[in-house]
Ligand binder design. Structure first.
Ligand SMILES: Nc1nc2c(ncn2[C@@H]2O[C@H](COP(=O)(O)OP(=O)(O)OP(=O)(O)O)[C@@H](O)[C@H]2O)c(=O)[nH]1
Ligand SMILES: [Mg+2]
Length: 276
């Protein structure tokens, strides 16, 4: 833009100015490229609902600014939508958690209603069914969410579910007990739906590590490892293959896991630089 605007100026002065500006832009691009080189890019991959965005949110909470009031509030509509979408899951979630699951007495009703909700033709609404619906409505898990003053907590946001479309990124430097790692990471969160693939595939080659989110059994882990080593090409021999088990909802565990990822990558960097 700046270069185009100065076109109307006449004489050497304008040219000198233009040259200076062009040099300045070039210097800035160079600086930015150099700075970019220090950033380690990490890509979160995995099927839909495998917890990629949950990890992304945890990283934001752990190593970045977290959620401000507005962001928390913006999740209210998501959480309310989740209630309608997942009344079924409310009764199946973790034992004893009255916040995210229906109370034990109401589980059976929850199951019955969600089964009815899934039918193609609904039965006539009887007095008994209305009573059941009222009971569910009064459950603390539901009441809490319908309070007019309700503002989602961090935990609620972690439990909230929105399908990701496109690519979302965050840049951070992990902080340990009392010090920063020194590494700067850029984490990419992408959609797990098949039709999202074309939006992130270009990132694949440029990333330092792929963090694969999946519920993985010992058997699948072995198979995965076998396949990886059978298929690794010369170009990717410097890629590290490691499996860490974590629960995306458990902040402490995610922090520990990320520290391990950070350590592995830092050691790898030193090794590649010939320092180790
Ligand atoms: N019980 C349980 N639920 C989890 C765990 N991790 C994530 N969830 C929940 O499962 C859902 C996962 O959703 P996301 O993190 O949005 O999944 P995603 O991989 O980003 O999905 P897409 O964006 O559609 O590709 C959320 O409702 C989470 O709260 C976990 O370890 N245990
Ligand atoms: Mg997602």
């Amino acid at each position: 833009m700046g270069l185009l605007c100065s076109r109307h100026k006449r004489g050497n002065q304008a040219t000198a100015e233009e040259n200076a500006r062009a040099a300045d832009i070039e210097r800035r691009i160079e600086q930015e490229t150099k700075a970019e080189q220090h950033i380690q890019k990490l890509l979160l991959l995995g099927a839909g609902e495998s917890g990629k965005s949950t990890i992304f949110k945890q990283i934001k909470l752990l190593f970045q600014t977290g959620f401000d009031e507005r962001e928390l509030q913006s999740y209210t509509s998501v959480i309310h939508a989740n209630v309608y979408q997942t009344i079924k899951e409310l009764d199946l979630s973790e034992e004893g958690s009255s916040k995210y699951g229906l109370s034990v007495d109401n589980k059976e009703i929850g199951e019955k209603l969600s089964e009815i909700g899934g039918r193609l033709d609904y039965p006539r609404l009887t007095a008994k069914l209305v009573q059941d619906i009222l009971k569910i409505w009064k459950d603390p898990a539901i009441q809490r969410l319908s309070d007019t003053n309700y503002i989602p907590s961090k935990e609620d946001v972690l439990h909230a579910r929105v399908r990701t479309t496109g690519v979302v990124e965050i840049q951070f430097s992990p902080v340990g007990e009392n010090k920063k790692s020194g590494e700067v990471y850029r984490l990419f969160d992408v959609g797990g739906q098949r039709n999202e693939r074309r939006k992130w595939i270009h990132l694949f080659e440029g990333v330092r590590a792929v963090i694969f989110c999946a519920a993985i059994s010992e058997f699948v882990k072995k198979k995965f490892e076998e396949l990886y080593y059978q298929n690794v090409t010369c170009d990717h021999q410097d890629r590290v293959f490691k499996i860490y088990r974590t629960t995306a909802l458990d902040q402490k565990l995610v922090k520990k896991t990320f520290k391990l990822v950070d350590e592995t990558l830092r050691r790898r960097n030193l090794f590649e630089a010939g320092l180790l």
